[in-house]
Structures are given as C-alpha cells and as structure tokens.
Design a protein around this ligand. Structure first.
Ligand code: 5GP
Length: 207
C-alpha cells in the first residue's frame, strides 16, 4: 500500500509572504503539491482560475458547503474560501504531500480532523514591516489593506497552537527554515516505520 501523503498547513497574516514561500517549496520539492482553494473573491490581475484559485460565485460555494464537499471553509476578509475534500483525498491517497495556504479558522478545523497534519505559522518581522508590504502590493484598495491589518493582530495571536513558527524577515532564510520543517517531518519515525519495517524485517508500529 502507498504511504499516505502528508498534510502541511500554512497560515499567516496577509502580507507575511506565505504564498511566495509555498510557491518556492512546491517548485523545489518533488512530490509536494499546492492545494488550489475555492473562493468567492474576484480574481486579481494576473491570477488564473485553476492555478491560483477556483473563482466561483457565492451560490456555487454555498452548494458545495451544503453538499459537504469542503474539508474546511471560512469567511476571510469578507469573502469565502474553502479546501475541497476531493483535492486532499486525490493527492494524499496517491502518496503526494500537499501544502495548504489557508487562514487560522480553516487550519483549526483541519487540526480537529487530521491528527497527522503539520501546522506552520509564518510571521512578518514586525507590524511596521507588514504595513509596508501591504502598501507595496498595490493590488488592494486602502480600505481592504486597513481591514487586513486589523485582522493581523488576531491572527498572530493564533500562532501559539501551531507546530512551527517561521519569521519571514529574510526570504531566503525563511525558505530554508520551511524546507527544514518539510524534510524533518518526512523523516518522522511514525511516517517511515512501516517502510523501514519492511526493509529490515522489523515489527510494525512505534514503541
Ligand atoms: P487572498 O485573498 O489574499 O488570496 O487570501 C486571503 C486569506 O484567505 C489568506 O489568509 C489565505 O491563506 C486564506 N485562504 C486561502 N484559501 C483558503 C482556504 O481554502 N480556506 C481558508 N480557510 N482560508 C483560505
């Protein structure tokens, strides 16, 4: 039987750089895929349906909620976002690790249902730097930026229950730290013992 893929869940306040970090590790690691979420938010310039998100109307999102098609979903900054159960299932049953870039509400829902999931929080180096990064993005209106900054304080308080915290001050350093977490988790005894037991004719299970 194929080993089940690992679920890596990444959260951060908007502007901490988690989308870039996720893209970077997905490019580096074979056998790691980004889970494309569904959202009712409008696409920003340069975003592609099916690559960045599945952009769907609110009625379709509601239908998916009612049909139990989401592993988790949440309202974030006035829009709805969700991870399809189908996406996670397809990757993981094929032994592919999957990385989710989702907010804290969604991460909490997954924490309750996926005991083997790995939860990683990305922090900006300071509030000042977070504001600077959001200002530079220029892709959102001022009121949207203010709303995101207000939400950041609450999100940062959530970091305490995650398994790992990475401060994204220097991007290349944050990438190295994230890579280290992924590699270490892939080597966790509970994940490799079955394979090792077969190789060396050991008893299965951890003691
Ligand atoms: P953005 O609109 O800037 O792409 O994302 C806004 C927030 O929604 C980010 O914190 C992002 O991580 C979160 N998000 C994206 N996809 C999902 C999802 O499928 N579920 C949840 N709960 N949050 C998501």
């Amino acid at each position: 039987m194929k080993k089940e893929g690992i679920l890596f869940v990444i959260s951060a306040p908007s502007g901490a750089g988690k989308t870039s970090l996720c893209k970077e590790v997905v490019d580096i690691f074979k056998n790691l895929r980004h889970s494309v979420s569904y959202t009712t938010r409008k696409a920003r310039p340069g975003e592609l349906h099916g690559r960045d998100y599945f952009f769907i109307p609110p009625e379709e999102f509601q239908r998916m909620v009612s049909a139990g098609e989401f592993a988790e979903w949440a309202e974030v900054h006035g829009n709805f976002y969700g991870t399809a159960l189908k996406t996670l299932h397809e990757y993981r049953t094929n032994g592919v690790d999957v990385i989710l870039d989702i907010d804290c509400q969604g991460a909490r829902q997954l924490k309750e249902h996926y005991s083997g999931g790995v939860f990683i929080f990305i922090l900006p180096p300071s509030y000042g730097e977070l504001r600077r990064r959001l200002d530079c993005r220029n892709s959102d209106a001022c009121d949207v930026i203010e709303r995101r900054l207000e939400n950041a304080a609450g999100e940062i308080r959530e970091s305490r229950w995650y398994d790992y915290i990475i401060v994204n001050d220097v991007f290349s350093k944050a990438v190295e730290e994230l890579k280290a977490v992924l590699v270490a988790e892939r080597c966790r005894t509970s994940r490799v013992i079955e394979t090792v037991a077969d190789m060396f004719e050991l008893e299965k299970g951890v003691s």
